[in-house]
Design a protein around this ligand. Structure first.
Ligand code: FES
Length: 72
């Protein structure tokens, strides 16, 4: 698995799962971009992900992105 997928599992992010592939792709793209810019992921970066999750898993998504970023 990709490190971001591992983080998703560790944080038990998914509820219904419908939005999750897109959330993970957005997360990986975000982390690649901020790493290219040589800086950590900020709250504003996380706010910038606009993918809708109708189950409201946003707090766990944010935690998983932070955790996944450490291993990318
Ligand atoms: S986990 Fe159900 S829509 Fe996001």
């Amino acid at each position: 698995l990709h490190p971001m997928q591992e983080a998703w599992l560790d944080q038990d992010v998914a509820q219904c799962g419908y939005c999750q592939p897109g959330q993970i792709m957005a997360a990986v793209a975000l982390v690649r971009r901020v790493k290219e810019e040589g800086r950590p992921v900020t709250e504003a970066d996380l706010d910038g992900i606009r993918n809708i999750c109708r189950c409201g898993t946003y707090p766990r998504i944010r935690e998983a992105i932070r955790a996944g970023a450490e291993n990318m």
